[in-house]
Design a protein around this ligand. Structure first.
Ligand code: SF4
Length: 512
């Protein structure tokens, strides 16, 4: 009889571990932790923004519902702030961090300003590697091309790793409409799929959910115990339910983090190895690639990989950095290069550098508005600071409120690994939207009144003095009423005893 391999933690063998999670007398593979079901009563998960065609998304309304769910808001805020702090620790470990950011920014700007050449180079090299290359002008073309490939192979099911581009293209609903089943292989994305929700974050799609929310979703969809929110139990149950579907799938699909023009190859970074499942289990692999994902040379890759994982999750490297160089033996590989508004954005003088984005999510993790309102409150594929810039390029009217969901504190720009001037572009969108009359009437009236007041110093000083007196003496209910939206979540500060203007007059006699 052969000796069983030594266990790293023998005390965790089920008979000795009172907390082990077992089913039918067998210990579950991933149940080594000590997590236990939450004892508190589950708080219902707040849902995202209400979307009505092209009517402007009311982000503030959806954010208010998220804030009104304190367990969700606290968990979301803390979880994302934790990622931000981990990112900071990693950043401080690299002395040349700022040089890396500048270099990454310069490479991206160079590539975007020579995009036609690099795309053609990428296409030629990918073809010579045996990859079929397709071009999609927009989301509809992308979906039709992929459908055509699947139809040509008689494929009825597709396993897919997380890809914001396919979300942007409305790929899942389209495939459902033509009778092709999609199974997400990323755990967070699978949770969102089972809950019929979009991802709420570009890196951690289900980060807005408590584990009681996940327990509820799994109980309804894969038959788990609704009272058991142990993370190991839930992950294992999901694995058991999904693995057979993955193994039987007819085709696989991935996104792409970086496509290298020099080699015609592409790279996908994941922490679960799910892109490798999607790409390697079925013989047919389709990759959807936004045209901005191109980098010129293989030697540039290390720079971006170093920046991506540290900025995203505060880890030195993603668990899996998978290079796809061509179809495997007996298999077939297709790439769909997608524009979907990117060329148009490239021509926007104030917003073209948003195409440098490597979707690390760091700007979301640091944003005080995003952390407290949840990604689904934006009602768009891209949320958080980068979403405020990208979304209006798809539909100005629908996303006209979004650039106002920011404090403009500039933290997003400070953490961005490719140095996008995010807060300046958000500010620029406010001006553009106001000029195009895409802002609500009430906001236009307020802004006009504020402009009038600020342009008349004497009237401004009188108004400030009157407001100070009012704030000091009016009863609370007069100040905190339904018209004072700001006062719903803030204490109006006590007016100072003296304004700067009156101090200056008294101490400097008004002289310059
Ligand atoms: S804008 Fe910058 S920080 Fe935000 S997701 Fe893109 S690369 Fe990351």
């Amino acid at each position: 009889m052969s000796t069983p391999p030594a266990m790293l933690y023998p005390e965790l063998l089920a008979p000795f571990d009172l907390h082990a999670i077992t089913r039918d007398g067998h210990r579950l593979d991933h149940a080594e932790g000590a997590s236990k079901p939450l004892q508190s009563r589950p708080e219902p998960q707040p849902r995202g923004a209400k979307v009505h065609g092209s009517r402007p998304i009311d982000q503030a309304e959806a954010a208010a519902r998220f804030i009104a769910a304190p367990e969700h808001e606290k968990m979301h805020d803390e979880r994302l702030w934790d990622l931000r702090q981990k990112r900071d620790r990693e950043m401080h470990g690299i002395a040349e961090w700022e040089e890396l950011r500048s270099l990454a920014s310069a490479i991206k700007e160079h590539t975007l300003t020579h995009l036609d050449q690099y795309l053609e180079q990428f296409e030629a090299n990918a073809r010579s590697n045996g990859i079929h290359v397709h071009w999609a002008r927009d989301a509809v073309e992308h979906n039709q091309i992929v459908h055509g490939i699947l139809k040509g192979h008689g494929a009825k099911s597709l396993i897919k790793s997380k890809s914001m581009l396919t979300e942007e293209c409305g790929f899942r609903p389209y495939m459902a409409s033509v009778g092709i089943e999609i199974i997400e292989t990323d755990l967070g994305e699978r949770i969102q799929q089972l809950d019929n929700e979009d991802p709420s974050h570009v890196v951690v799609p289900a980060v807005h959910k408590l584990r009681t929310d996940v327990a509820e979703v799994f109980a309804k969809t894969i038959g788990t115990d609704p009272a058991n929110s142990d993370v190991h139990y839930l992950a294992e149950a999901q694995r058991e339910a999904t693995r057979p579907l993955i193994l039987a799938a007819d085709a696989g699909m991935t996104g792409c983090n970086f496509a290298v023009a020099e080699t015609g190859t592409f790279v996908v970074c994941t922490n679960e190895g799910n892109a490798d499942l999607s790409a390697n289990v079925p013989k047919l692999h389709i990759a959807s690639i936004g045209i901005e994902k191109i980098i010129p040379r293989l030697e540039h890759l290390a720079l971006f990989v170093r920046l991506l994982s540290r900025s995203a999750l505060g880890s030195p490297v993603t668990q899996y950095t998978s290079h796809f160089r061509g179809p495997r033996e007996g298999g077939e590989m297709h790439i769909v290069l997608v524009d979907n508004g990117r060329s148009e954005r490239l021509g926007m003088e104030e917003f073209w550098t948003s195409l440098k984005c490597i979707r690390c999510g760091a700007c979301m993790n640091t944003c005080p508005v995003y952390r407290r309102s949840g990604g689904l409150s934006y009602g768009a594929t891209y949320s958080g600071p980068i979403g405020l810039i990208i979304d209006p390029t798809f539909n100005q009217r629908k996303y006209s409120n979004l650039p106002f969901a920011s404090t403009l504190n500039g933290s997003c720009s400070n953490v961005c690994p490719v140095k996008i001037n995010i807060h300046e572009q958000i500010y620029a969108w406010r001006r553009v939207l106001t000029e195009c009359h895409e802002t609500p009437l009430a906001k236009r009236v307020e802004m006009k009144a504020a402009g009038e007041l600020l342009s008349r110093p004497a009237a401004y000083r009188t108004a400030v003095a009157a407001a100070d007196i009012a704030l000091a003496h009016l009863p609370r209910w007069v100040i905190y009423n339904g018209l004072n939206a700001w006062g719903r979540h803030h204490e109006v500060p006590h007016p100072p005893k003296e304004t700067f203007h009156s101090w200056y007059q008294a101490n400097r006699g008004g002289k310059q």
